[in-house]
Design a protein around this ligand. Structure first.
Ligand SMILES: Nc1ncnc2c1ncn2[C@@H]1O[C@H](COP(=O)(O)OP(=O)(O)O)[C@@H](O)[C@H]1O
Ligand SMILES: O=P(O)(O)OC[C@H]1O[C@](O)(COP(=O)(O)O)[C@@H](O)[C@@H]1O
Ligand SMILES: [Mg+2]
Length: 320
């Protein structure tokens, strides 16, 4: 294989650039030409395909976002749109494709392989950690650290005013960011979509804490649980303390990737390239038990990631 394309798709995540750098530099070592595709499948459709040179990826390992830009293109679910995009790749002589994104992006990649014979390898890039087949996705650790920084800052002001804070964090339908930021940040409660917990129970916990002369409460709320302002309203009727809501939002997706994410992205990028060189296709790379692994790309949407109930219970136990 002489020409390989690379794209980032779906929400950007810190470390995507690190992965792009790893794949491109590997290609340089193997005398393989790399092509960058801008704006994910949108750029594939609009022929925004350009030769990636080693200089383009020099000095980007520590930069957040994605130099290739990212986009969502719902029309990619239509066969005729994929046919046009695949024809663009073929016109450039591109035989293999590295797709950095989530399970939606993987579905598109899988169809490109099945329908048009483009060899594809997926790299899990999303802050949500919601992809089966890997213990961690690229960007998750950085976001977790951003949330922890926010928790510390909020605790200062929460203590000073003796308030109850609800901090909404991202993750779509996955509670990992919420659960592990609660555990590591010593939060006083956590609401995640995977575990049903009533507002009554949360209110009782808060009242118990306050009876022990605790100054404040920080409750982490995963966005997948529902509207945080509605939760705040319901909670207000059951407790006497003053409530404030903070929605962290897209602050969680920016900034320089952590060492963990850079190492993960580098290992995954290099492995993805090797797999294409070995003639593999229709697979994703992952890291399980600190080992690089591969799975059929469909593994990502055919399986669900599981929350650890032990970790949830431990976090709850220590939150009082
Ligand atoms: N079922 C599908 N078939 C083909 N392409 C898809 C499919 N689902 C998603 N995609 C493509 O992948 C893009 C990114 O998917 P999305 O679910 O938004 O993000 P992520 O890849 O992070 O899960 C979509 O905008 C679309 O272009
Ligand atoms: O950037 P947008 O379009 O507001 O989307 C926000 C969503 O994207 C994410 O940040 C990342 O999700 P994906 O990686 O699946 O795109 C989610 O946590 C969040 O729900
Ligand atoms: Mg996703």
């Amino acid at each position: 294989m002489k020409k390989i394309g690379i794209l980032t798709s779906g929400g950007d995540s810190p470390g995507m650039n690190t992965a792009i750098r790893a794949v491109t530099k590997m290609a340089m070592n193997y005398n393989c030409e790399m092509y960058g595709i801008k704006r994910g499948y949108k750029g594939m459709l609009n022929d925004e395909i350009f030769k990636l040179n080693p200089l383009d990826v020099s000095g980007i390992a520590d930069r957040g976002g994605t130099i290739l830009l990212s986009a969502r293109l719902p029309e990619f679910k239509q066969p005729e749109v994929r046919a046009k995009a695949a024809a663009n790749l073929k016109r450039h002589g591109i035989e293999g494709l590295v797709v950095i994104g989530g399970d939606g992006s993987y579905r598109g990649a899988d169809l490109l392989f099945r329908e048009h014979g483009i060899k594809v390898v997926g790299i899990p890039g999303t802050i949500d950690n919601d992809i089966a087949g890997t213990d961690y996705t690229i960007g998750y650790d950085t976001t977790l650290n951003i949330i922890l920084d926010a928790v510390s800052r909020i605790r200062d002001t929460a203590n000073s005013h003796e308030r109850t804070y609800l901090l909404e964090v991202m993750g779509r339908d996955c509670g990992d960011l919420a659960l592990y930021s609660a555990m590591a940040g010593g939060a006083n409660g956590v609401l995640i979509p995977e575990v049903n917990r009533s507002i009554d129970e949360l209110a009782e916990d808060i009242k118990e804490r306050r009876s022990q002369r605790k100054l404040s409460d920080i409750i982490i709320v995963a966005e997948g649980v529902g509207h945080v302002f509605d939760i705040a309203k319901e909670l207000k009727e059951k407790i006497n303390t003053e409530i404030r809501v903070t929605v962290l939002g897209h602050i969680q997706r920016g900034g320089s990737p952590t060492a963990f994410d850079r190492v993960l992205a580098t290992r995954m990028g290099a492995r993805a390239f090797e797999l294409l060189m070995e003639g593999e296709s229709g697979i994703m790379v992952g890291m399980e038990n600190n080992k690089m692994v591969t799975h059929a790309i469909s593994y990502a949407w055919e399986n669900k990631t599981n929350i650890s109930l032990d970790d949830y219970n431990l976090t709850h136990l220590l939150s009082i």
